[in-house]
Design a protein around this ligand. Sequence first.
Ligand SMILES: *[C@@H]1O[C@H](CO)[C@@H](O)[C@H](O)[C@H]1NC(C)=O
Ligand SMILES: *[C@@H]1O[C@H](CO)[C@@H](O)[C@H](O)[C@H]1NC(C)=O
Ligand SMILES: *[C@@H]1O[C@H](CO)[C@@H](O)[C@H](O)[C@H]1NC(C)=O
Ligand SMILES: *[C@@H]1O[C@H](CO)[C@@H](O)[C@H](O)[C@H]1NC(C)=O
Ligand SMILES: *[C@@H]1O[C@H](CO)[C@@H](O)[C@H](O)[C@H]1NC(C)=O
Ligand SMILES: *[C@@H]1O[C@H](CO)[C@@H](O)[C@H](O)[C@H]1NC(C)=O
Ligand SMILES: *[C@@H]1O[C@H](CO)[C@@H](O)[C@H](O)[C@H]1NC(C)=O
Ligand SMILES: *[C@@H]1O[C@H](CO)[C@@H](O)[C@H](O)[C@H]1NC(C)=O
Ligand SMILES: CC(=O)N[C@H]1CO[C@H](CO)[C@@H](O)[C@@H]1O
Length: 617
Amino acid sequence: MIKKPSSSVAGRSTGFGYVISVLTLVVLLVLAAYHHLLPLPLGSELVRTGGSGGDDGSSHNITIVDFFKPFDPAHPTSVPLKDYYRRINLRPLSPYGVASVNFTEWIDEQFEISFEYLLNNVADSNFHNGGLLSQGVAEGVIIASPSKKSPDYFYQWVRDSAITIRSVISNMFILNSTQVYDDVYILNATLAATVLKYVNNSYVLQRLDNLSGDGVKLDQAGQLKGLGEPKWLVDNHPFMESWGRPQNDGPPLRSVAVLHFLDELRQQGLKFSDIIDQCNRSKLLKGRLPFKDERELFEKVIYWDLQFVLKNWQADSFDLWEEVNGKHFFTSIVQFAAIRMGLRFLQEHPDYTWDSFDKSALSNALQKCVEQMLQFLTLGAGFLNPNKNFIVETPSILNSRSGLDIAVIIGSLLTRNYEDNMPFGVNDSGVLNTLYHLVKSMGIIYPINHPKANLNIGVALGRYPEDVYDGVGTSEGNPWFLATCSASELLYQLILESYHAQTDLVIPLNKWESEFWTLIFDGFDDYNRQSYQLVIPWGTPAFTQTMISIFDLGESFLDVVREHVSEGGHMSEQFNKYTGYLQGAANLTWSYGALWKSCHARAQAQTLIGLQSEGDL
Ligand SMILES: *[C@@H]1O[C@H](CO)[C@@H](O)[C@H](O)[C@H]1NC(C)=O
Ligand SMILES: *[C@@H]1O[C@H](CO)[C@@H](O)[C@H](O)[C@H]1NC(C)=O
Ligand SMILES: *[C@@H]1O[C@H](CO)[C@@H](O)[C@H](O)[C@H]1NC(C)=O
Ligand SMILES: *[C@@H]1O[C@H](CO)[C@@H](O)[C@H](O)[C@H]1NC(C)=O
Ligand SMILES: *[C@@H]1O[C@H](CO)[C@@H](O)[C@H](O)[C@H]1NC(C)=O
Ligand SMILES: *[C@@H]1O[C@H](CO)[C@@H](O)[C@H](O)[C@H]1NC(C)=O
Ligand SMILES: *[C@@H]1O[C@H](CO)[C@@H](O)[C@H](O)[C@H]1NC(C)=O
Ligand SMILES: *[C@@H]1O[C@H](CO)[C@@H](O)[C@H](O)[C@H]1NC(C)=O
Ligand SMILES: CC(=O)N[C@H]1CO[C@H](CO)[C@@H](O)[C@@H]1O
């Protein structure tokens, strides 16, 4: 464990900052009261339509086209009726967290540094990080952290590695900036080789006997239990001590990563076999690979992970935090994504012939699993609970816990893609309300958040409110870097999703379903009892204004991260809830991947909103 004071640049908890925040609070309270005293709309650009009178039970639209301009009668968006309702406004983000020029500079630097530090934990002879290879780490292995004691994280976890390689895959294509008219991407063959080595290593791990079972050999019950082994020694030997076994999110996360890699290649018009050849020609691969093309990759690696999910999705397993045996939203949603992507792969390659399995039998099994799992996810499992407006991560322990867990958000982020129409996407009300409740709960639980607790602003987030793991043993839980980064990524991805859909933003005006949106908008209270919905038409100024508000909220979470990284931009697993000092496993790979992914989504969101610089905010 290392302890490093928060960067002094932040200066966020100085007396002065505090006075400012209290003043802000007073101003906000006065503004809020002011709104309450004025039942009539402040600006007449709000109009209410009755639809067909509302008697058909359909929702009434509250359409807003511009939050800042007065109503222009020449361009009414809908018919005003005699009823007046309180106006809905964007909630101003507290100035306490307004992103400064310095923040932008920090982001640009940290974006690159995070990736560099991530690669420091990947054993790959092309990076000359001789360190790892000379410490006996096998080529293609991703270590969880270089920390060897208090805590010892010097292992490879199937889950952490699969999540980390996603960032490498997303960074594999860079825009050719000398091409002015088209977006042309250039393959970074070094990073492509890193992915190949990761998959090569996965092939090895899949075939190792271990305490969970015997690799890809079917056991007596035909269950493939061996793939549920959560962690391995860095030299690819099985870990022989007791542990939370099995963890059934590893194989699906791995196949989602590999299938995502193939999707990325296809989008760039590249074949998997071409990538192998290119890497080999560039002398980026030192050894042999067990597959020479996409078909063999599927048959030798992806197939087994899919089989594992098919056979084990109904079984209990330990959660991603390795603590609770049961059914977990995170585990189930990544399993569902793997099955769905696997099925799509088969459908997209009807021409492939398979040596080791019957194509239609596999397709049918995957199809049936998709249907059953969808039922399970939305009905059977209890992830959706009529008494909660957020998603319950582990329903079986709801008697002793709130059910809130950042895992829900991470699961939604990791399974997001535009091809598979996944449920529980980043605009899902249960996913968004999970963020809302985590913010409210952790704003209180972690003392470093107290100066911000009443402000409309991002706070430091941890795994789940009842957490007692302090990074080494159990005492008190702390905020985690990867949790706080995931909150910001969710908000940036929500922006990407909204632009991708190119449809009106439609938000039911009730606090139960749309509680998250009360972080973005003021004035939902007056609509609570009836079926109104806020409509922000695609392409209007209000749409952009809303996106900017979401973006700003995302920034305020990253700003928390900025306050707590070390001077050199290093992160550990946690930061102390009282002092903000780094705590737990140093240089945690997942922390860097989470921050990198968030910055990556941020850059895309920024382009879509058309923000050239912070000055435009
Ligand atoms: C309400 O808005 C939605 C989304 O734009 C639209 O599809 C629907 O037709 C509107 N309903 C009425 C009654 O105007
Ligand atoms: C912010 O950046 C400016 C210009 O780079 C610098 O002069 C200033 O000291 C920075 N402020 C803080 C608080 O770091
Ligand atoms: C980038 O685009 C320019 C202009 O078309 C081209 O000359 C150059 O070869 C491209 N770079 C790479 C690495 O493909
Ligand atoms: C490929 O990525 C590596 C690691 O980030 C980087 O060092 C290298 O410069 C990149 N290569 C190209 C051609 O951009
Ligand atoms: C693939 O893994 C095998 C077994 O560990 C190893 O011998 C080989 O060198 C690896 N291939 C590459 C390209 O790293
Ligand atoms: C790379 O090319 C060499 C020479 O053609 C060949 O022997 C080797 O098998 C290739 N390696 C891979 C991983 O394709
Ligand atoms: C989320 O977005 C998708 C498509 O982008 C859309 O079909 C779906 O209705 C949206 N869900 C919600 C709850 O808004
Ligand atoms: C974290 O990694 C950096 C190199 O990127 C190293 O200088 C530092 O000592 C590491 N921290 C710990 C505690 O291992
Ligand atoms: C290679 C190795 O150590 N295999 C072990 C895997 O776990 C089984 C138990 O299921 C042990 O018997 C093997 O020794």
